[in-house]
Write a protein that binds this ligand. Structure first.
Ligand code: GLY
Ligand code: MN
Ligand code: MN
Length: 502
């Protein structure tokens, strides 16, 4: 599994590695010979290539006369030469539909206006080349790579060898030093370092805590791309629908395996959902929260190493990410035994009412905050009615007192990222209004911490969240996860019937 690497790398150049020296000359000669010629494949264009071309055109129009650099990123190291799984940057996926590690999209402005586009990536190599055997990134280890022509045919964009990136950028900067660059920084050290070398203003020190001019340019690019993703096109909406469909199957898998989960614990829930994510899609879209009992009160419970006890609730917050990298984000809270206790049902019904009130507030033209306010008001009303907070409700809401038990807002945009578009301008997102084509989560919750002495003991350790994924339509909204049981009785029937093997 481990090939000795005696190569070297330099800024701006992808690592090129000499063949391991422990190989004898005879072995090297042997390895380089006797291979069938590498055959070119007929590329099959990706179905979204028209969409990605349109997005690049829009980006070009937004930044005329500027160089734009969007890296796919590289896998993070887990330990030594072992990497975590690679997932390309969402901005890169949005603009290319591609998933190649280490690739870099460059939009070079042309004097006549518009941009020349080029996607730099590592091309396929033949087995008699040194590169084929290169430790760490050669095709011998990682599998066949596309040729540049194959990649261009699939993606509908001009391609170039990543080994030419540094030279091409140097030439471009030397020819027109006045052209400013914007890049998505922080994804790949190679283009980061390369642009820092080529554009001296990237090395300028901050003054008074203010971002430098280069930082400001890069931030604007990132914010622009986040804002551009707020309204999904028809192809993207189809991807989210697919993610939701797979996610609902994953939830059903978990309910069907509750007996095994009781025997093993939260780990079984996590593994069961993950199996569905890998079978149907690329992965989970975020770390699944498989929280039984009081773990549900920890919003980011991802250790998932506790037991499942009949009589308690299981909160599962999970989403399948499609092979095209769009994710769902769904939560259901089930009674592990199949029946809610009276207090569990009371809390569950309050959250369910908040969900319905919030979804009713999702429509085009409504403020983004409106559905959050609808959910919070419903929950505040219950908390006051139950005697947990002193009313009136308006006072509770004005002072935000209910947040002790509701903990979080009622949702966020959803798409390529689970918290999609989070860097979009506030005026367009949190302070903006809903438009058809936006996809968002609606996810009210109530959480009574095990040690919360402000509530009677019977509430403590109960955490309930219900989360659906909702598309804003011309007429109002469409709940994309409505097919998943949601009301208290529906959830009970679901658990009981699936555990009987139906
Ligand atoms: N699963 C993360 C969230 O619900 O926002
Ligand atoms: Mn969630
Ligand atoms: Mn969410």
């Amino acid at each position: 599994m481990h090939v000795i690497d005696n190569g070297k790398s330099s800024v701006g150049e992808r690592q090129r590695t000499a063949a391991p020296q422990r190989y004898s000359e005879e072995l090297l000669t042997f390895l380089r010979s006797g291979w069938a010629e590498r055959s070119e494949r007929t590329p099959v264009p990706i179905e979204q290539s028209a969409c990605t071309a349109k997005r690049r055109q829009a980006l070009s129009a937004a930044f005329p006369g500027e160089r734009l650099v969007i890296p796919a990123g590289t896998a993070k190291t887990r330990v030594n030469d072992v990497k975590f799984g690679f997932r390309p940057s969402s901005e890169y996926v949005y603009l290319t539909g591609d998933r190649t590690e280490g690739a870099v999209l460059v939009l070079e402005p042309t004097p006549a206006g518009g941009h020349d586009e080029r996607l730099y990536l590592q091309p396929g190599t033949s087995p008699d080349s040194r590169e084929f055997w290169a430790p760490g990134h050669g095709e011998l280890e990682g599998g066949r790579r596309r040729s540049l022509a194959e990649a261009a045919g699939e993606l509908g964009v001009a391609t170039g060898d990543i080994g030419r990136l540094a030279a091409d950028l140097r030439e471009a900067v030397a020819a027109r030093p006045e052209v400013p660059s914007r890049m998505l920084r922080g994804h790949d050290v190679v283009p980061d370092a390369l642009l820092a070398e080529l554009e001296p203003d990237r090395l300028a020190a901050r003054e008074g805590g203010e971002p430098t001019a280069a930082e400001a340019r890069d931030r604007e690019l990132k914010a622009h791309l986040a804002g551009a993703r707020l309204v999904k096109d028809a192809w993207e909406i189809e991807q989210v629908r697919r993610a939701c469909a797979s996610t609902m199957r994953g939830f059903d898998d978990v309910v069907a395996e509750l007996d095994q989960a009781i025997a093993v614990g939260e780990r079984w829930v996590e593994g069961t959902f993950w199996r569905r994510a890998r079978a149907d899609g690329n992965d989970v879209g975020y770390s699944s929260v498989c929280a039984a009992g009081a773990h549900a009160c920890s919003l980011h419970w991802v250790r998932n190493d506790g037991p499942l006890r009949p009589g308690e609730l299981l909160l599962l917050d999970a989403g399948v990410e499609t092979d095209t990298f769009y994710t769902a984000d769904v939560t259901r809270t089930f009674p592990i035994s199949g029946t809610f206790t009276a207090i569990q049902r009371k809390v569950y019904n309050a959250v369910h009412d908040a969900l319905e009130a919030a979804i009713a507030a999702v429509e085009p033209g409504a403020r983004f905050r409106a559905y959050h306010e609808a959910a919070e008001r419903t929950l505040a009303e219950r908390l006051v009615a139950w005697g947990l907070l002193d009313g009136p409700v308006d006072r509770v809401l004005e002072r935000g007192l209910s947040r002790r038990y509701t903990l979080h807002g009622a949702g966020h945009m959803l798409g390529l990222d689970v918290h999609d578009c989070s860097g979009a301008p506030r005026a367009d997102y949190v302070d903006g209004v809903l438009e058809p084509g936006m996809v968002l989560t609606v996810e009210p919750g109530l959480y009574f911490q095990p040690g919360d002495l402000t509530v009677p003991a019977e509430y403590r350790g109960i955490g309930v969240r219900i989360e659906d994924d909702v598309l804003v339509t011309e007429e109002g909204s469409e709940n994309l996860t409505a097919a998943l049981p949601c009301g208290a009785g529906e959830v009970e029937n679901w658990v009981r019937s699936r555990r009987r093997g139906n």
